[in-house]
Ligand binder design. Sequence first.
Ligand SMILES: C[S@@+](CC[C@H](N)C(=O)[O-])C[C@H]1O[C@@H](n2cnc3c(N)ncnc32)[C@H](O)[C@@H]1O
Length: 197
Amino acid sequence: MTENRWLQMIEQNPGHSAWYIERWRSMAAAGDDLDGEARLVDAMAPRGARILDAGCGTGRVGGRLAALGHRVTGIDLDPVLIEAARAEHPNAEWIVGDLAEVDLGATERFDVIVCAGNVMTFLDPATRVDVLARIRSHLAPEGRAVIGFGSGRGYPFEEFFADAAAAGLSVSQNLATWDVQPFDAASEFLVAILSGS
Ligand SMILES: C[S@@+](CC[C@H](N)C(=O)[O-])C[C@H]1O[C@@H](n2cnc3c(N)ncnc32)[C@H](O)[C@@H]1O
């Protein structure tokens, strides 16, 4: 039995991924703003940056960044979502893989690694430090990771900060939202900006 919460949901409901794809499609059709994460990442990145979308899902964030001219690779363990990303955003590279094991090769280093949409809270808890260490090892020397997730999802922010430190990542800034509201002890969401320490 997997401890990964996304895989558990697929096991319990094989239609979960198709439902998730449709959910984003109907929000897009309704004109909802789905680009908040991509706007922050674009502001952080040089033009034509190398960007890794870690736990990319349907490519919602990375696809927008590719449309803005960045060179994007996305990785996700759900092949149904990767298929949707390939169909909807052919201007980026989409890979099926586990963030706990990803190794894109010695020369693949990223200016920004974005991990949006509560990905950290779906991981098998035993792999959290491994995932953060893989993120760190794929950062370019001046690269930064930006990781966002909500409270009340089984991964207290203090544990995340300890895990990030154990993985060799140091926090350069904490935000409470993707539109750059300040983080404090009462914040219910964290957007952490980290670099290799
Ligand atoms: C709520 S979705 C967010 C998708 C996307 N980041 C977004 O914001 O639109 C969470 C994603 O995390 C992915 N995920 C969970 N554990 C993973 C792992 N170990 N490696 C890669 N992807 C993982 C799931 O497959 C799923 O696509």
